[in-house]
Design a protein around this ligand. Structure first.
Ligand SMILES: *[C@@H]1O[C@H](CO)[C@@H](O)[C@H](O)[C@H]1NC(C)=O
Length: 667
């Protein structure tokens, strides 16, 4: 044997010892290489998403005002608080309680908390069709939203800032379109990013709202990622530079930074002077990740808020002497409690906050809200009760403490708040007075919030695609293994790939179809109502705009792994049976029920999935897209024809392979 065909070789047949050893060596080195690759990947992920430098900073670190008065004391001063609510999804079709609850939020919750500002971070309306698959702007949903704001008079009670989410940009041909109801019915009414300054007599606080919604806005699902092109990034950089004189800066947006495709220098860099970025969009992954909080490389906290839609969550945030604190709350659950001094160690940021103020503070400070009167605010540290905090004014309570008693290490503060209705809330966190140590966030949360998913999806798609193409081409040009009497499953599998790839009628359709998934338009159709566009795996072209692919790569990975590759394997299996002399009617005799039935069920399920994908395409992008879709709709008859051919073809190529198999027996 002149050439060792380690891949195509027969494993079970006896081989001379050196050849076997060489083969083992190759397999072994391949395993090692794969292991190394995985190790590199793991190391990369760990390094990037386990935050962060384990440095300890005495006296609150770098911040210029860390050692400057005012310090937190007994009185309610240098403090204000505000709210965030996200993903309202006001819908005309489902959950009739959603809007009344939202109205109660605008009346009761706002009246009790009296926030300085309320931010609604996108997806104000649901904008889905009745079947919950398609997307269209419903004016009535927007009217409901506006009516709720008006009837509750919330706009008179507080500063209400609502920004757009991807649902608010579904199926909108241009910002000027009358379907852009955000312009007509929202409170803010202006498209684009903006900077809002909250002015107080103790300082200025900047809020930058970043609008990454695409314009024009394609229908769903290819409207999941946000886009910030160079113009928008330049604009954001300009807004960021306006905040240098503010005491603190917060950025807000609908999308997590991991679901924004941004131009240079990147969304996380441009907001580096902000203490936190508040967003929504992921709905805590339907409850899988109840807490999606992290901190990016720049030290900015990224805080995703669970949705209003199903979870009825909102967030209470405060700046107390420029120290940032927040708590995620459930609607209608009282009392609501936020400890503003000492603030949580986990959410501390030495670069952004004057943390040194904690050790100079004379009082523990707590905000406690309830529609009923608060009767007690019991404070304890490390399980030792300090006593009841004194009501100072409004929701503000404080109790004297000696910060220096806690200067070593971290401690746990807990506050138990009771109202006259007997409701109790216990709230607590770890804090540090001197040794402010950056604590790591959950690695999974960090990965979800901070990773660049569109890049990873792209890389993974390219790998799957290349692997697929290389296999097809390799089997075409490599030498076939010699079948022996003792040839096992492995050799037979290899043999079947040779049969497929060396038979033109299968080779060319399978290869071209796979290549088409990567380069050709998946469909051409109404990407937006009235506007034709083409959707490729690497992006969408519509009305002279190009939106880089993101989710489409994930669809591409699914297309290859759940359709193209299984189809190829199924064809191989059929062809192998054919070579053994079977036809469709008789093949069970050759393989037995046990193997045949699951195989057919498996392939039928995947086939039905592809058919469902065609239906999904019809519902989401319309009839034209359905008929003009090579990757979806056309693939269904293609698959049927190929399978039919595999069972019936009887040309010279098949006859040759058949003859070859006849010469040996097999298991
Ligand atoms: C806000 O910044 C100003 C100017 O830098 C400073 O004088 C003031 O004390 C700061 N406010 C608070 C609450 O620390």
């Amino acid at each position: 044997m002149p050439e060792v065909e380690w891949l195509a070789g027969s494993w079970l047949s006896p081989q001379p010892a050196p050849v076997r050893r060489l083969r083992m060596l190759r397999v072994f080195s391949m395993l090692v290489a794969t292991g190394l690759l995985l190790a590199c990947l793991t190391a990369y992920v760990l390094e990037n998403y386990t935050v962060q430098p384990a440095f300890t900073e005495g006296s609150g670190g770098g911040h210029p005002r860390a050692e400057q008065p005012p310090y937190p004391g007994r009185a309610m001063d240098n403090i204000f608080w505000f709210l965030q609510v996200s993903d309202l999804h006001i819908s005309r079709f489902i959950d009739p309680q959603r809007t009344p609850d939202f109205k109660k939020f605008c009346t009761e919750t706002i009246d009790v908390i009296k926030p300085a500002i309320v931010f609604a971070t996108g997806d104000l309306t649901d904008a889905k069709t009745k079947n919950r698959i398609g997307s269209v702007q419903h004016e009535v949903e927007w009217q409901t939203y506006q009516a709720t704001l008006k009837q509750s008079r919330v706009l008179e009670k507080t500063k209400w800032i609502d920004i757009k989410g991807n649902h608010d940009a579904f199926n909108i041909p241009s910002l000027k379109s009358i379907n852009n109801y955000y312009r007509k019915y929202s409170a803010h009414r202006q498209d684009g990013s903006f900077h809002y300054v909250h002015q107080t007599n103790f300082g200025n606080y900047s809020f930058i709202c970043a609008d990454a919604t695409p314009s024009p806005g394609p229908k769903r699902p290819f409207n999941f990622f946000g886009f910030l092109n160079q113009n928008k990034m330049d604009e954001l950089s300009k807004l960021a530079s306006e905040t240098v004189c503010s005491n603190q800066t917060i950025w807000l947006g609908h999308y997590t930074t991991s679901t924004i495709i941004s131009a240079s220098p990147g969304i996380q860099k441009v907001m580096s002077s902000a203490i936190a970025y508040l967003c929504g969009h992921l709905h805590t992954l339907g409850g899988l990740m109840p807490v999606l909080h992290s901190r990016n490389e720049q030290g900015t906290l990224e805080l995703e808020l669970a949705d209003w839609m199903d979870n009825r969550k909102y967030r209470l945030l405060a700046f107390d002497h420029d120290l940032f604190s927040f708590v995620d709350l459930k609607f209608d659950k009282w009392p609501a409690v936020l400890i503003t001094n000492p603030k949580s160690a986990l959410y501390s940021s030495p670069r952004h906050e004057p943390l040194g103020k904690i050790k100079h503070s004379t009082h523990i400070r707590v905000l406690a809200f309830s529609p009923s009167q608060i009767t007690s605010v019991l404070v304890s540290i490390d399980g030792i009760a300090l006593g009841n905090a004194v009501h100072i004014e409004g929701p503000f309570f404080s109790i004297a403490w000696k910060a220096e008693d806690y200067s070593k290490g971290t401690h746990y503060i807990e506050v138990q708040v009771q109202d006259i209705a007997g409701r109790i809330t216990v709230s607590g966190h770890s804090f540090a007075v001197e040794e402010i140590k950056l604590l790591p966030f959950d690695i999974m949360a960090s990965f979800i919030l901070l990773a660049r998913h569109h890049i990873m999806a792209r890389v993974l798609f390219i790998l799957v695609f290349l692997a697929n193409v290389i296999i097809i081409v390799a089997f075409r040009y490599r030498r076939k293994p010699q079948l022996k009497e003792s040839s096992g499953v492995f050799t037979l599998t290899i043999f079947s790939f040779h049969v497929l790839c060396k038979t033109n009628i299968f080779y060319y359709p399978v290869l071209l179809f796979t290549c088409y998934v990567a380069v050709g338009p998946w469909f051409v159709g109404e990407v937006i109502d009235g506007q034709f566009g083409a959707c490729f795996v690497f992006g969408i072209v519509v009305d002279g705009h190009f939106f880089e692919g993101s989710l489409s790569f994930i669809f591409g990975i699914f297309q290859l792994t759940l359709f193209n590759i299984p189809l190829m394997c199924y064809l191989c299996w059929c062809l192998l049976l054919r070579c053994r002399g079977a036809c469709f009617r008789s093949h069970i005799k050759y393989t037995g029920w046990i193997r045949t039935v699951p195989m057919h069920i498996f392939i039928v399920v995947l086939f039905m999935w592809q058919v469902y994908s065609c239906y999904f395409l019809l519902i989401t992008y319309g009839t034209a897209a359905f008929f003009l879709s090579p990757v979806r709709t056309w693939s269904v008859p293609l698959a049927l024809v190929l399978v039919y051919k595999a069972w019936t073809l009887n040309n010279s190529s098949i006859r040759m392979f058949k003859a070859e198999m006849k010469n040996c027996t097999y298991s």
